[in-house]
Design a protein around this ligand. Structure first.
Ligand SMILES: [Zn+2]
Length: 476
């Protein structure tokens, strides 16, 4: 948020010329409109966003949204189906095609790159085009894509990154990093043949990036082994390096986060790797919640008069699904909804565009014919029949009950004779095909939008169009 007067002058002149250019567009469309109502609509649609917040529920496919809606409603004592999540009140919704250039069912690196670089790429790549070879440092240099984080900083905006995953994990890294291998989060994880060829690990790229707020998990990639970190140089201490260079604040728990000054750049790393599960959170937890991190980010970024870009990821919805444990995923999802509600309540929809989406889906289903209000984490109990007094779980052809939530594959696969399934928040749901890690799903995900430029979130779109929605909302 430090300003460079000469650059700022040039940028504000550029911003003025861009503004007059798009005003001309707006006037053209107004003059061709035949009714007053159309004029009002056209004028409101041409308003620019000062700020954009992109909320990414990692792996939050449409079936996850439905299940989280029911779960959130049931936690409030409702039957659940009728509950409305904060982003379900947004007027603008689109379906998003998530495939990667080389993959029908995508990963988070390729999908997040589509949103932050404006182009689809291969599975596993960040900020690098599909022409490069995977895990090849040299070929990546020839295929750089734009990075929304870099572009926002060049235009004088403040930039924030928040995630419950490691801050060097694929989705948060897509804001600021370029690599042909998403696993190169720390230099020790780069293949030996590819080290010292001029490709920086992702942790190093974050420290070199001029962010204003970065909050999440993943201490280990920033430290050498002398303090229990993962870096090759045992004495490496990237946070201290960053604090000196940016005169920033580095925090490691919710108390130091709450006490940090608002007028300095902020780096917060709250766990050695990913942050803890919401479902296993204890009252004495030292980790901030996703809502607290979102609040800390917005309070700082909103001080920048030029506006800001903020990406908030709920990274562990995805991890709960990979573990085949829907309750863990849904607890993360409910906290994600809380963070979105906080942003809705504390930003101005006339100047802040809020987007909520997922990078990809999971092979997660809501099945059977459970009765209205049936425990979403429980066994399927059918609607009451005539004269039936006791609710009995439905039985499958093997004579055993089954759960509403399940997976097409994953750790809960049925091997041999099926047993009565587990239920509740900690349960592993049954699955058809045995896999150590449940997989992503390939169907479309939803995009929900509110604020200036939100009207572009309509129809069935390619995932890279989300980047266009963001950049055109800013008037770039
Ligand atoms: Zn995943």
């Amino acid at each position: 948020m430090r300003t460079r007067p000469i650059l700022q002058l040039t940028l504000s002149a550029l911003a003025m010329s861009l503004a007059s250019c798009s005003d001309a567009h707006a006037q053209n469309s107004v003059s061709s409109a035949s009714s007053g109502a159309a004029q009002i609509s056209s004028q409101s649609e041409s308003r620019k966003a000062k700020n954009v917040i992109l909320f990414i529920g990692d792996g939050m496919g449409v079936s996850t949204v439905t299940a989280m809606r029911i779960y959130a409603g049931q936690k409030r004592g409702m039957s659940g189906e009728e509950y409305v999540l904060p982003f379900e009140k947004f007027d603008n919704v689109a379906l998003v095609k998530t495939y990667n250039v080389d993959a029908q069912v995508p990963d988070s690196a390729g999908t997040a790159t589509a949103m932050h670089s404006g182009q689809k790429t291969n599975i596993g790549y960040l900020g690098i085009g599909p022409g490069a070879a995977r895990a090849n440092c040299e070929s990546g240099k020839q295929h750089h894509l734009p990075l929304l984080g870099e572009e926002a900083k060049k235009r004088g905006l403040a930039v924030g990154i928040v995630s419950t995953a490691r801050i060097t994990h694929a989705t948060p890294a897509s804001v600021y990093a370029r690599t042909t291998e998403r696993n190169w989060e720390v230099d020790a994880w780069i293949d030996e043949s590819q080290r010292d060829l001029g490709c920086r690990d992702i942790a190093r790229q974050l420290i070199d990036f001029d962010f204003d707020v970065a909050l999440g998990g993943g201490l280990a990639p920033f430290y050498g082994s002398a303090v229990g970190g993962a870096r090759l140089n045992s004495s490496d201490d990237l946070p201290t390096e960053w604090v000196k260079r940016r005169r920033g604040n580095f925090v490691v728990d919710s108390a130091s986060l709450a006490a940090a000054p608002l007028n300095r750049p902020l780096l917060g790393l709250f766990a050695p790797s990913h942050m803890g599960w919401v479902a296993e959170r204890t009252p004495d937890s030292k980790e901030p919640t996703l809502t607290q991190m979102t609040q800390a980010a917005v309070q700082r970024l909103a001080r920048d008069r030029d506006g800001y870009y903020l990406m908030v990821e709920s990274g562990k919805i995805d991890h709960g699904h990979h573990a085949g444990r829907a309750g863990l995923a849904l607890e993360e999802a409910v906290e994600f909804a809380n963070a979105i509600q906080w942003a809705v309540d504390n930003t101005d929809p006339r100047e802040t565009l809020i987007l909520v989406t997922a990078d990809h889906s999971h092979v997660f289903t809501i099945a059977g014919y459970p009765r209205r209000g049936n425990d979403i984490l429980g066994l399927v109990v059918p609607p009451p029949g005539a004269g039936e007094e006791v609710a009995q779980a439905s039985l499958a052809t093997d004579g055993k009950p089954y759960t509403t939530l399940g997976y097409a594959n994953g750790p809960g696969a049925i091997v041999g004779e099926r047993v009565t399934p587990e239920t509740g928040v900690g349960a592993t749901q049954q699955a058809a095909i045995a896999m150590d890690s449940e997989t992503h799903g390939g169907e479309d995900v939803a995009l929900y939008a509110n604020g200036p430029g939100a009207e572009k979130a309509r129809g069935v779109i390619e995932q890279d169009v989300i980047y266009d929605i963001i950049t055109s909302a800013y008037g770039w």
